[in-house]
Design a protein around this ligand. Structure first.
Ligand code: NAP
Length: 342
């Protein structure tokens, strides 16, 4: 086989192998590394049936395949809109209530995006905004009212809450069947015992990303860096249930790189910029970056040193445009699932 500027064959070979027999991906990857400069014809896209979600980006110099969360979200939202329309036609339009207390600027952006995503896809949404002085008792009263409201299938309380409110108490007040974030203790228990009612949105989105590249999770070694209740722990549970061997790392982990270098699937969710560098990644691994940080110029970035990591990984998610859009999409999916169950 010759590799030339006008020879698209290597592109087809990689996609074919990664789609149909992913175990050979690393082999193919090292072949491409050895030839050093696999440059593809400008703007030549792979032909169907290759999934456009992980098409290489121009100028098509071979490095990791980018898992495009924005594009995958659009695909999933088409199905969300179809299911919302079917429910609405039966007079059961799915409804989401988003509750925001205080004026945290990041939270304001998140809730706005969530409400807009509902509107764009045919879901009914209610945004309840309260001053930071709202008391815990008043918030619990509002939750009780939303629990009883038949037009509302999902309730989301945007975190963090002001310090005087016990967020655990508030999350436990949400009816488990409307807990579309999946944070209620009974939903955490159901997830842990393998019978999830709601999968927390971010880890659920990550699983959809792995599904989109047809990655064989069963038997793979997954390493999750971060062990929070909303990302790391539920992520580990979902990967375990999909048949992966899972390692969970936290801030006390000794020699983080020792663990990450063993990962076929590496999910990073710490909120620490550049905590994972290229030398901590197994060649050909799937790297999913959940983190949301700001770089020195105030630009959104993840936890992984993306520019260098993409030269080692087989697949990688960008920030922005990776896990973020998937989280909102899975919130819509959970709300639809809640409405379909009623
Ligand atoms: P969190 O509650 O602060 O938890 C961070 C986790 O990372 C903790 O378990 C912590 O360990 C661990 N950690 C911190 N430093 C570490 C280190 N040096 N080595 C290994 N582990 C370390 O954060 P979170 O809510 O899980 O969120 C994590 C990141 O994801 C944040 O940047 C957040 O903004 C982002 N996020 C993004 C989305 C999205 O949609 N894209 C959604 C949710 C969160 P300990 O347990 O030992 O403290």
């Amino acid at each position: 086989m010759t590799y030339g500027k006008n020879n698209p064959r290597i592109l087809s070979a990689k996609f074919k192998i990664s789609n149909y027999d992913i175990r050979f991906h690393n082999v193919e990857f090292s072949v491409q590394r050895n030839i050093g400069c696999a440059v593809f014809p400008e703007r030549q896209a792979p032909k169907p049936p290759y999934n456009p979600v992980f098409q290489p980006q121009p100028p098509f110099i071979m490095s990791a395949q980018i898992i495009n969360g924005t594009l995958l979200s659009q695909q999933l939202r088409t199905d969300v809109a179809r299911r919302a329309a079917a429910l609405s036609a039966q007079g059961r339009q799915p409804g989401l209530a988003v509750v925001l207390v205080g004026d945290n600027p990041a939270s304001q952006v998140y809730v706005r995006n969530k409400v807009k995503a509902c509107e764009d896809n045919g879901l009914h949404s209610v945004l309840e905004k309260y001053d930071a002085t709202l008391s815990e008792a008043q918030l619990l009263e509002r939750i009780a009212a939303l629990n009883a409201d038949p037009k509302i299938n999902g309730i989301l309380v945007q975190l963090p809450l002001p310090a005087h409110i016990d967020s655990h108490k508030v999350l436990e007040a949400i009816a488990p069947e409307k807990d579309v974030d999946g944070f209620h203790i009974s939903n955490a228990g159901l997830l842990m015992t393998g019978q999830p009612l709601f999968r927390p949105c971010t880890p659920y989105g990550v699983m959809k990303m792995l599904e989109s590249i047809e990655y064989p999770v069963r038997g793979a070694h997954a390493v999750v860096v971060g062990a929070s209740n909303i990302v790391g722990k539920p992520q580990a549970m979902l990967l375990l249930q999909a048949g992966a061997t899972v390692t969970i790392c936290n801030s006390k982990t000794r020699d983080l790189g020792h663990h990450t270098r063993q990962a076929d699937i590496l999910v990073v969710a710490t909120g620490k910029r550049n905590i994972v560098t290229a030398d901590m990644i197994k060649p050909g691994a799937v790297v999913i970056d959940v983190g949301m940080n700001r770089d020195d110029n105030g630009k959104l970035c993840g936890d992984v040193d993306f520019e260098n990591a993409k030269e080692v990984a087989g697949w990688i998610t960008p920030v922005p445009g990776g896990v973020g859009p998937m989280t909102i999409t899975m919130l819509l999916v959970n709300t639809i699932e809640a409405a379909e169950r009623t």
